[in-house]
Design a binder for this molecule. Structure first.
Ligand code: ADP
Length: 385
């Protein structure tokens, strides 16, 4: 099959910033694309050959969209997986596989998977409601603090809560959940692995994620992570083991905890391009979006090596501002060395909404981090008055 400059069409479920950045690569390769997203204003509405508006969780919408493309992929996990499985049965190639997505969509199933494959992860227990979790607490099987996670549809930390006392416990919403041992984290790391249908793999360098203390959102991503070589080798080995266990096709971003006792635990995975890999657009031989394309098209994979150190700063809407977005002081930021902004194309800002990111490259990671801080302190994502 020839993909380049033909009628071959790649369908992408989800038209957010990840879809938009993937389209930059399909344009490079001259591959036709169709995008489905619920919002008429989706960032990826430009740059594809066909844009459809529709519900990603609706069976018929996803099924009908999938029937019209040659290969189907997604940039978000919350899609109708029943439709993907049916499409697969009818001969449509869907990568990453619906089977792996089904496991990943449910944090309980995902954790069971790690246990079954001897992948190190925080000890956990599944409960069908917080009431049963409470009983387990009374029986002394669990004690504060622990981490509560909703098994489904959590995003950017909203389905996760550190439970420290009875009051926290009482505030938990109903529904299936897991309790997880509270990890004493020294650093949060991530490793992206790409795997194609031939089973070839490449593993990106380990990155380090720094979080915003209140919003529980990633603020900075640093590549390479500032950790000893032995730890990064161990982290890459674990990430590769995870990708091979899933027999994943496409990208698999593996989020890890480095604990105070030097253990590495898998937190969760995302079967798609990931925020922790955005640095690769400027800093790597092959950026994560091109790599995802190569992997799902079963093409030779590109080098995951870095050309230079990179730091990514997430641009999120400032607290107290909702409305038409204004990127204040962006000119001052552009005047700094090695700085590239990525503006996602969302017209409206609101507190903590992901509006864009800025990558800083420099031969020295410590200097890149200092420039990143300056960027963060200078630019403001606010609303026009
Ligand atoms: P989401 O799927 O919403 O991104 P995560 O499972 O990644 O949620 O958790 C969000 C954040 O919560 C993590 O990045 C980490 O900072 C914290 N966290 C999650 N699980 C644990 C744990 N077992 N121990 C300590 N902190 C945790």
């Amino acid at each position: 099959m020839t993909y380049f400059s033909t009628d071959f069409t790649l369908g992408i479920l989800g038209g957010g910033q990840l879809g938009k950045m993937l389209l930059a690569e399909t344009l490079k390769y001259d591959i036709r694309t169709a995008v489905l997203d619920p919002s008429a204003d989706a960032p990826a509405r430009f740059g594809c050959q066909r844009f459809e508006q529709g519900d990603l969780l609706d069976y018929d919408t996803v099924y009908q969209f999938g029937k019209k493309v040659n290969l189907l992929t997604f940039e978000i996990e919350n899609v109708n997986v029943d439709a993907l499985e049916q499409l697969e049965k009818e001969g449509v190639t869907v990568y990453p596989t619906p089977k792996s997505l089904r496991t990943i969509q449910d944090k309980g199933l995902q954790k069971d998977f790690y246990k079954k494959h001897n992948i190190p992860t925080a000890p956990f227990e599944y409960f069908s409601s917080p009431t049963l979790l409470n009983e387990s607490l009374i029986q002394g099987k669990w004690s504060y603090p622990f981490v509560w996670k909703s098994t489904r549809f959590g995003y950017d930390g909203n389905g996760v809560k550190i439970v420290r006392n009875d009051k926290d416990l009482a505030s938990l919403p109903q529904g299936d959940c897991i309790a997880e041992e509270y990890a004493s984290i020294t650093k949060e790391l991530a490793v992206i692995v790409a795997r194609n249908a031939k089973g070839e793999t490449v593993t990106y360098p380990v990155v380090e994620m720094e979080f915003h203390p209140e919003a529980n959102q990633v603020e900075y991503v640093l590549c390479p992570a500032r950790i000893p070589q032995t730890i990064s080798e161990r982290a890459q080995k674990i990430a590769l083991q995870v990708a091979q266990s899933f027999e994943s096709i496409g990208l698999l971003a593996v989020e890890l905890f480095l604990t105070q006792t030097g253990e590495i635990w898998v937190n969760e995975v995302a079967p798609r391009p990931h925020n922790s890999g955005h640095y690769s657009i400027e800093a790597s031989y092959t950026n994560q979006f091109e790599q995802h394309l190569r992997a799902i098209l079963n093409l030779p994979l590109g080098s995951p090596k870095s050309k230079v150190a990179g730091v990514m700063v997430n641009l999120v809407g400032e607290e107290g501002y909702t409305g038409d977005v204004l990127y204040k002081h962006i000119e001052e930021v552009l005047a700094l060395e090695g700085v590239t902004p990525h503006i996602y194309g969302k017209r409206q800002t609101r507190p903590f909404r992901k509006m864009g990111h800025i990558t800083i490259v420099h031969p020295n990671i410590e200097i890149a981090r200092i420039i990143a801080q300056k960027v963060k302190e200078t630019i403001r994502v606010i609303a026009k008055k």
